[in-house]
Design a binder for this molecule. Structure first.
Ligand code: DAK
Length: 257
């Protein structure tokens, strides 16, 4: 793995990924996507994984988009190949069976915003700036933004942001539901620790099952989705976690998952 462009730290099942190109505001290039793929190989194979936190190096940017200097020279065929590879990588991140949380610590633009949208939820520092400025470069979002942004904030707001390229601050991102909470940048690390502790205390199979019920259900009609929830709920009673969680409650002790 190229540690220079993605830094992976893991403690107690909580993986912290940091995109590490601060001089280019952590812009996504082939090296970052290749490194992310390698990191995903290890995360997918990690049975003890409880959560993934994704952030950007430095105090200025989460990710300021795909690398424009790289994209500038692309032919349609190369753009299609770049899109295909990038989408496959982002889908792998999205399909991890653990919560994936974006810690947005500054500019979160274009492909960076799309990567944050592929995370289960996002938390922003108060200096964060969000936007899909692709139309100002003569392109459209290509990392899933035309699909995930409307699902997160609704089609009208998504179309406004995508067709104008307007940048919004952290508080507006909070108001439209793009992020779950906003805090001073200095508090982001402490919050990440607290979140890691909370997620590490939850039953991991149940967390993964809940994630699957939610996303798979969203792609189905309500009756099918509720039937899926019923099946997955019943499945929880076939594993050890339900026995341990309920025994711990009755015995007035902390559950050991
Ligand atoms: N790409 C490459 N370099 C970037 C960059 C980017 N997206 N963003 C910033 N940088 C570089 C700057 O060029 C500068 O480098 P030097 O000049 O120092 O060498 C350095 O980072 C610091 O940036 P600034 O000097 O510009 O810093 P400021 O504070 O003045 O401005 C800014 C910060 C974020 C407002 C500004 O840098 C900016 O507007 N950056 C571009 C933001 C942007 O337009 N992002 C969207 C890119 S389009 C696709 C999939 C996805 C996509 C496309 C296709 N397929 C799968 C095919 C996604 C497209 C995008 O993301």
């Amino acid at each position: 793995m190229s540690e220079s462009v993605i830094d992976l730290q893991e403690r107690d099942g909580i993986a912290r990924l940091t995109v590490n190109r601060p001089k280019a505001l952590n812009a996504l290039n082939d090296a970052v996507l290749a490194a992310l793929d390698e990191v995903l190989d290890s995360l997918e194979a990690n049975a003890g994984l409880r959560a993934v936190l994704l952030t950007g190096a430095g105090d200025k940017a989460f990710i300021a988009g795909a690398d424009i200097t790289r994209m500038r020279e692309q032919t349609p065929r190369e753009a299609q190949e770049f899109a295909r590879r990038a989408l496959a990588t982002i889908k792998r991140l999205e399909h991890l069976p653990v919560p994936v949380v974006a810690l947005v610590n500054g500019f979160c633009l274009g492909g960076g915003c799309e990567l944050a949208l592929a995370c289960d939820w996002a938390v922003a520092s108060d200096n964060a700036v969000f936007g899909q400025p692709e139309v100002q470069l003569g392109i459209i979002p290509g990392f899933g933004g035309t699909q995930r942004l409307p699902r997160r904030v609704g089609p009208a707001m998504a179309l406004e942001l995508i067709t104008t390229g307007r940048k919004i601050d952290a508080n507006e991102a909070l108001r439209i539901g793009l992020v779950n909470r906003v805090m001073p940048q200095a508090e982001l690390d402490a919050y990440a620790e607290e979140l890691a502790d909370q997620l590490a205390a939850s039953a991991p199979q149940a967390v993964g099952t809940a994630k699957r019920a939610l996303y798979d259900g969203m792609d189905q009609d309500m009756d099918s989705a509720l039937a899926l929830e019923t099946s997955l709920f019943a499945l929880c009673f076939a594993g050890d976690e339900q026995a341990e969680g309920m025994a711990a409650f009755v015995e007035k002790r902390r559950a050991r998952f």
